[in-house]
Design a protein around this ligand. Structure first.
Ligand SMILES: C[S@@+](CC[C@H](N)C(=O)[O-])C[C@H]1O[C@@H](n2cnc3c(N)ncnc32)[C@H](O)[C@@H]1O
Length: 351
């Protein structure tokens, strides 16, 4: 009998995963390509290659260093939501590479890893072995490399109040403006303000209703560069109904615009809240903390300055502080500003 070479004998490959990929390829086709470097080495997709040697490939000539390889693997794992053990191994490798290739001090490692991967600082902190962590932890006894949590809230129309913010001083604007037709012009003011206060390469991530999306996109395009739309899923049985459009809606667009050229991390374009997490305890229009966390963690790095000019009860700020960032919030409604202040103060006191 002829013995057929079984590629799952390769070290580290899981036979069940390979068989599963073979089956899913027959059923739905190859969903994700194998990623190769310029020399044809597999950087991500060993299981796909073992499942079928003719699986489609994507050559990425920009992958040159060990750091590039590890980062591609982490981003691939993140997209596929692979088990933590695998991510943990890759994060550890990344920390080692940063020590060796970039001669970073150990206490800088956690910040650097957080800046390069799409995971929150808390998650990275948990995953890395203690020798790669700073003393203390995120949200606990912070060392000098992490600024203490801080926030600055203003009450008034953002078109006036934002004048108090210095040019080019904000890393990211994450916001949830009101959705009605009457508010469409505000998006032009938002884009204009963003193009002034954002740092070069900074992002605006603005939620929007779908009803007037084409007008809103045109307004933002006047001042910023369109990059992408992230789908924010709000799963659960109690979805809003748009009678005039005959739609039960389970997601919202998060419009992602850039000042200049984006040079940040890769971002997965689907975020979601916990099921039925329509958190209206602080404000009638409030977003849930679970959903905002899933959005904000994609965009921010530790110590960055986050602005929400329509902050409502401050959910963006709550999440920003928990991720180790500073927060500037503006709202025209004084009651909202007070609620936000109480929520943020609670976090600062706890930390
Ligand atoms: C959809 S709510 C934001 C809710 C917020 N994301 C939360 O989780 O609580 C929009 C907010 O924009 C505020 N707003 C409306 N027009 C404004 C303006 N011109 N300047 C500042 N805030 C404004 C409203 O008071 C409201 O609180």
């Amino acid at each position: 009998m002829v013995k057929v070479a079984n590629p799952t004998h390769q070290i580290g490959l899981n036979r069940e995963v390979v068989n599963g990929l073979r089956k899913s390829k027959t059923l739905v086709g190859p969903l994700h390509k194998i990623i190769l470097d310029a020399d044809g080495n597999v950087v991500a997709g060993e299981h796909r290659r073992a499942a079928d040697p003719d699986w489609p490939v994507e050559v990425r000539p920009e992958i040159k260093t060990e750091k590039d390889r590890v980062l591609v693997k982490i981003h691939e794992n993140y997209r596929k939501k692979m088990p933590n053990k695998k991510v943990k191994g890759e994060l550890l490798k990344l920390a080692q590479v940063l020590v060796e290739e970039e001669d970073l001090k150990l206490e800088e490692i956690c910040d650097r890893v957080c800046g390069l991967v799409p995971y929150s600082p808390r998650y990275v902190q948990k995953m890395l072995p203690s020798k790669y962590k700073r003393s203390g932890g995120y949200g606990m006894n912070r060392t000098s490399s992490v600024q203490p949590a801080k926030f600055d809230l203003m009450c008034g129309d953002f078109r006036e109040k934002s004048n108090e913010i210095e040019n080019g001083s904000v890393d990211i604007i994450i916001t949830d403006p009101p959705y009605g037709k009457a508010y469409i012009p505000l998006y032009e003011d938002l884009g204009k303000m963003a193009s002034r206060v954002l740092k070069d390469g900074g992002s605006l991530a603005a939620m929007a209703g779908q009803s007037y999306l084409s007008e809103i996109l045109q307004k933002l395009c006047k001042h910023l560069t369109y990059n992408w739309i992230v789908a924010y899923l709000t799963p659960g049985g109690r979805s809003p109904q748009l009678w005039e459009r005959k739609v039960n809606t389970f997601w919202k667009p998060v419009l992602w615009f850039i000042k200049g050229k984006y040079e940040g991390n890769w971002i997965g374009d689907v975020a979601k809240s916990n099921p039925n997490d329509q958190d209206k305890q602080y404000s009638e229009h409030g977003q849930s903390e679970s959903g905002m966390l899933d959005i904000v963690k994609r965009f921010v790095k530790i110590n960055q300055v986050i602005l929400d000019p329509f902050m409502g009860a401050g959910t963006t700020g709550v999440v920003a502080l928990k991720l180790g960032c500073s927060f500037i919030g503006i709202d025209i409604n004084a009651e909202m500003v007070e609620i936000a202040r109480r929520r943020l103060q609670e976090i600062v006191v706890k930390e």
